[in-house]
Design a protein around this ligand. Structure first.
Ligand SMILES: [Zn+2]
Length: 302
């Protein structure tokens, strides 16, 4: 029994014990095994310690990488938004260009009357934008071109409004429905005799009481009795144009009234120096009696 160790295992419930006998060699193996086991445990522990330290050191870098990743995603989103906007702007520009073409045809204005959009856009781009990326540069030049187009359209609109205003104030219709019985210029005296007289307007034969319309927008400068034209109305249309309407049976407007084209201003009649029911329609342009038919028939003007 020399050189042999005995290991006795005593269970807690006081039942029979277990005995193991270890030889010298067995003890060596057990010792070596325990040592190896201990070394492995220490190795694992050391590795864990090293790894946790390493991860701790890497943590800020990982966080930084995460931040960069989300920034890249944000940028991607921005780029796609800008691209979308840029596409929309391009579409808008095309639409505006088409509108401009249509407008210039309607207004008979050559687009070069106003500054060209491209030269304007380069000016605007250098003045108000310091682009940081190619995307925003495209967007900036697009929006400045857009601004130039909008300002051009604004000018077209103003030109259109001005032209409409001018058209509204230019006599362009006949004041009554009827037959032109006497034209503008020298004619034989309708009251008999061989003398000729200057007829400063046109006569339109019509039924007594026919509505008389204002031939353009304007302000009434006379509404009353005249020894020659009877119940007479005179309208100032601005731009040196005045029209007058004679021989009416009844007047519907008074001095100072603002009148729109097509407004009924009187009823026709036979008042004043007249040989029958008709309307005398005259026009004065820059102080000179003018053929009032030139307004209703534009080809006569040219
Ligand atoms: Zn007349």
């Amino acid at each position: 029994m020399k050189n042999k160790y005995t290991i006795i295992l005593i269970p807690p419930d006081q039942s029979s014990t277990h005995q193991f006998q270890l030889s010298k060699r067995g003890r060596k193996y057990l010792g070596a095994g325990l040592l190896l086991f201990g070394l492995i445990i220490i190795g694992i522990f050391a590795q864990n310690l090293y790894l946790s330290h390493y991860i701790k050191e890497l943590q800020p870098t990982i966080v930084h990488i995460d931040q960069l990743q989300s920034k890249i995603e944000e940028r991607d989103q921005e780029i796609s938004n800008l691209t979308e906007k840029s596409n929309q702007v391009t579409k808008d520009l095309t639409e505006i260009t088409n509108l401009e073409a249509k407008l210039s045809t309607i207004l008979k204005i050559h687009p070069s009357t106003f500054a060209t959009p491209l030269s304007r856009s380069t000016n605007l781009a250098t003045q108000s934008y310091t682009p940081s990326t190619p995307q925003t540069q495209t967007s900036a030049s697009n929006s400045s071109t857009l601004a130039a187009h909008i300002s051009l359209l604004q000018k077209y609109y103003e030109a259109a409004v001005q032209q409409k205003e001018q058209l509204d104030h230019t006599p362009s219709i006949l004041p009554v429905q009827g037959q032109i019985s006497s034209s503008f210029g020298y004619r034989r005296n309708p009251f008999g005799g061989w003398s000729s007289e200057f007829h400063n307007g046109i006569d339109i034969a019509c039924n007594y009481g026919t509505p008389v319309l204002a031939t353009a927008d304007g302000i009434v400068t006379f509404a009353g009795w005249n020894s020659v034209y009877g119940r007479k109305i005179e309208i100032d249309h601005g731009n040196g144009i005045i029209t007058f309407y004679g021989h009416n049976s009844r007047l519907l407007v008074k001095n100072g009234d603002h009148i729109k084209k097509f407004a009924v201003i009187a009823y026709s009649g036979n008042s004043g120096r007249s040989t029958g029911s008709h309307l005398h329609y005259g026009a004065i342009v820059n102080g000179k009696n003018t053929d009032s038919l030139t307004f209703t028939n534009p080809t006569k003007e040219e």
